[in-house]
Ligand binder design. Sequence first.
Ligand SMILES: [Fe+2]
Ligand SMILES: [Fe+2]
Length: 276
Amino acid sequence: MDTFSLIQISDTHLSRERPDFVPNFAIAADHIATAKPDLVVHTGDIAVEATARADDLVHGREAMEALGTPYRCIPGNHDVGDNPSDHGYVPEKRVSDPLVDTYEALFGPGHWHLDMGGWRLIGLNAQLFSSGLARATVQQDWLADTLADSDGRPVAIFCHKPLLRDALEEPVDVPYRYVPLADRGPLAQAMAGADVRLFACGHVHQARDHRVGDTRHIWCPATAFTMPDEMQPRVGDKRCGLTEYRFSPMGVDVQMQFPAAMTHPDVAVLRSVYAV
Ligand SMILES: [Fe+2]
Ligand SMILES: [Fe+2]
């Protein structure tokens, strides 16, 4: 396989009990059925709120299976709980071993790698950063080894949260938005031993495509919804959609897609299902 296609979807926020965002997922699923990518990667927040309803993830898995394509997932804060972060941020619904175990029973390991078309693709569980859980150390050690033995392949990392806004060391505007500052150093040190071309995330519900050093950072648009500026400051493009990639030995082509039929729910709906 010299080239391969991949579609990234993110932040689908699915729930059988709160199906507010299912119509947008159906539009993404139609797009995937037409494009027939070699792989779909879901970068987390599969569920509306799995810490409250485990069935949200069961429903999410059913939706992913129904795509009929090979897929990999990584968890988001609404799938396994959130991690502590900068400025003393302590999440109301904190990541825990039982929550990660429930996720992994449905979707497989929270971190993984795949070698395709000369590339190494890596998925990370962003919710483990600064969590204090033993599995966070296991993931960090695994990541360092997996990057160190990438043998010169270009690497793409998928992670629910952005690594940074503009720089590894920077004043952090929203503490729960990014990889915590304390975790960026070890992560960057591991990345320095490999040719990391792409760092693709979700979580922000804003689309963004920017480059820092040799790495292109893609903030995949959310499938489910965007938030108005009064609820969330604007950094990127507030449209719903998905991201298409074409990987080749020469590099990667990135095309964000914003299907016009994807709708934006009423603010009252957002406030009820997504506490901000
Ligand atoms: Fe989300
Ligand atoms: Fe998130």
